[in-house]
Design a protein around this ligand. Structure first.
Ligand code: AMP
Length: 195
């Protein structure tokens, strides 16, 4: 089963993706996590990613498409994957379609987590303060960067929604519900609940 989780930063995509990993034995492909790994390793990609992420901007499409295409080829993806944070632009969505077709894979579900901006700001503030207290604050989690990331989401990522809606694969859940509530809506959509 191959799934895309869509939604603005802080909508809970990562949390829901991790639950799907446990429930369905598929892997989570988080482009944000991949980039944070590169930052931690100090590679050239990491140096570029650090600047882009701290500014709340997006990395170049070509680079992200190559990263995700290589990642999907890894053996652990054979059972299926959840894309979390990719695609983030219409060109990425188009390239994903092309590369899945080339690899003879299909998208089973595209799920949008619907949340409002004010709630996201308050969620992100609490995440930043918890992670700050634990000594692992993310540089892209402060309120100013989040505002920038939200505007980038509305300008560059939200246009993906009509792209998938036109193809009849988009389903939405109420991301304002609590974690369990969002999880059961997702399970209902993907025909889960059986294990
Ligand atoms: P995330 O953890 O998914 O919120 O991603 C953190 C940051 O990594 C984003 O704000 C972007 O700067 C960068 N990033 C992650 N995924 C992508 C992508 N698919 N395209 C471009 N930039 C990305």
């Amino acid at each position: 089963m191959n799934v895309i989780l869509l939604g603005p930063p802080g909508a809970g995509k990562g949390t829901q993706a991790q639950r799907l990993v446990e429930k369905y034995g598929i892997v989570q492909l988080s482009t944000g996590d991949i980039l944070r790994g590169a930052v931690a390793s100090g590679s050239a990609l990491g140096k570029q990613a650090k600047q882009v992420m701290e500014a709340g901007q997006l990395m170049p499409d070509d680079l992200m498409i190559e990263i995700i295409s290589d990642r999907i080829d890894q053996p652990d993806c054979a059972n299926g994957f959840i894309l979390d944070g990719f695609p983030r632009t219409v060109p990425q969505a188009e390239a994903l379609d092309a590369l899945l077709a080339r690899k003879r894979l299909k998208l089973d579900h595209v799920i949008e987590l619907k949340v409002d901006d004010a709630a996201l700001l308050s969620r992100i503030r609490s995440r930043a303060s918890q992670e700050g207290a634990a000594g692992k604050a993310r540089a892209d989690d402060n309120a100013d960067v989040l505002k920038k990331r939200l505007s980038v989401y509305h300008e560059q990522t939200a246009p993906i929604l009509p792209y998938y809606r036109r193809r009849g694969v988009l389903k939405a859940v109420d991301g304002m519900a609590d974690i369990g509530g969002v999880a059961s809506q997702i399970d209902a959509l993907i025909g889960g609940g059986e294990n």
